[in-house]
Structures are given as structure tokens and as C-alpha cells.
Design a protein around this ligand. Structure first.
Ligand code: C5P
Length: 220
């Protein structure tokens, strides 16, 4: 168990997968379970931090002892995150945020009887919250992003991570491999953390709680 090395610090964690509505009964989503983000919130709480958990869709219960803000879409996640990030010491963006949303949301259920054999969805880009937050750095605040990628080789994964942190501008980027059988909804995780300069600062694997503590060691 780590000491209470985050006592008095305000930690904001985003977790889970956003859901972008198509109509009143359907959405575009992703396979994030929220387990890693929830484990980070729990670990930060146990290490003494005041924690705000901004929860998109979670497949695990939100932990007690943290302030919970529930959101559905990327735009809601943006509003909630920017509101609480202003006076945060640490922001960990573990949520899987939809890159695109349907251009318009149908007011009534989309019906196959009206659409026929094909349905075309037009999607528009969502704002990149991590990049936006990182573009306005605050003194004493550390912003940690995630990159869940399907790249098969370690070198390719690392190259992609270095490129991504340069584009996003956050302080650290947690790289983890995801796929049909890896990353999401599993109890374990395996990560590499790169710093803004592209150096590997941490490698960790184990339970999502162990990985969470390794991530928080960056700021502990
Ligand atoms: O670009 P990519 O989706 O791989 O970036 C992942 C990181 O950026 C995660 O930390 C995620 O929470 C964040 N993100 C975001 N806004 C988006 C897409 C991703 O903040 N629209």
C-alpha cells in the first residue's frame, strides 16, 4: 500500500466510454469498461486525494468516497472536465472519448421501414478535450492522457505514443494496447508511460489497481 502522499491534492479522473446518441433509443459507443479509470480514482482516494470522477458509461460501480459526475457524450464530458480541471492539481483522462458523433440526432426512432436497405450516418468530429486542456496549462497542474492502441509491435506503439503526446501537449501519456481480447473489460493491464519529451518514464503491468498506483507515482 502506498502512503497518503496525495493528501490535500485535487485529482480529476475521467473514466468509461462516451455514448453518442443517434436517436432516443440508440447510440454509438465503445468497449471501454471504465475499470482502469475507476481504479485510478480509488487509488488516488486511498492516497489521500480529493477526487472528482467524471464518469461516462461504466460497467463497474463508481467507488465511494469520490465526487461523482455522470456524463453521457463527449460534449458533456468536455463541459464537466473543464469546469473541475480549473482548480485541479492532477487530471487523468482515462475515458474513451468518441472522436466522432452523429451530425444530427433524430427526434424519433429511426425506422427501417422508412430507411430501406441502407442507412448512411454522417458523423462530425468531437472536440479533443485533452488537447484543449493541455493548450491552457495551469501552473502546478499535471495532465495525464491515455492512448489505447491496436498497434501490434512495441516499437510501433511507442512511436505512435511519442507522436501523440507531441500533438496533444499533455505532460504524460499512458500507452496501452487494446484489441478484441486485450485492454478493455479485463482485470489486468500493461502500460508504458512516456513524458512530453518522448522518454519512457514508467512501465507497469499487473492488476488495474497496481497500474493505477504506478500512474499516480508520477505525481505522488
Ligand atoms: O486521440 P486519442 O483518442 O487516441 O486520445 C486519447 C486521449 O485523449 C485520452 O486521454 C482521451 O481521454 C482523450 N480524448 C479527449 N477528447 C477526445 C478524444 C480523446 O480528451 N475527443
Amino acid at each position: 500500500l502506498r502512503p497518503r502522499d496525495l493528501a490535500g491534492r485535487r485529482v480529476v479522473v475521467t473514466a468509461g466510454g462516451t455514448r453518442e446518441p443517434l436517436d432516443p433509443v440508440r447510440f454509438l459507443g465503445n468497449r471501454s469498461s471504465g475499470r482502469q479509470g475507476v481504479a485510478i480514482a480509488e487509488a488516488a482516494r486511498d492516497r489521500g486525494a480529493e477526487v472528482v470522477l467524471i464518469a461516462a458509461h461504466l460497467e463497474v460501480p463508481a467507488p465511494p468516497g469520490v465526487e461523482l459526475r455522470e456524463v453521457a457524450t463527449a460534449q458533456e464530458l468536455r463541459t464537466a472536465t473543464l469546469a473541475v480541471a480549473a482548480d485541479a492539481d492532477v487530471v487523468v483522462m482515462a475515458a474513451a472519448v468518441a472522436d466522432y458523433r452523429p451530425e444530427s440526432v433524430a427526434e424519433a426512432k429511426i425506422k427501417k421501414e422508412q430507411q430501406g436497405d441502407e442507412l448512411t450516418l454522417r458523423l462530425v468530429r468531437n472536440p479533443d478535450i485533452l488537447a484543449e486542456l493541455s493548450a491552457h496549462p495551469a501552473a502546478g497542474r499535471t495532465v495525464i492522457g491515455f492512448a489505447a492502441e491496436t498497434e501490434p509491435g512495441d516499437e510501433a506503439l511507442l512511436a505512435l505514443g511519442r507522436d501523440k503526446i507531441a500533438r496533444k501537449g499533455c505532460d504524460f501519456l499512458v500507452l496501452n494496447r487494446v484489441g478484441w481480447t486485450e485492454g478493455f473489460a479485463t482485470p489486468d493491464n500493461s502500460i508504458v508511460i512516456v513524458s512530453r519529451g518522448g522518454d519512457i518514464v514508467t512501465e507497469a503491468s499487473g492488476s488495474k489497481r497496481q497500474v493505477a498506483d504506478a500512474i499516480l507515482d508520477l505525481v505522488g
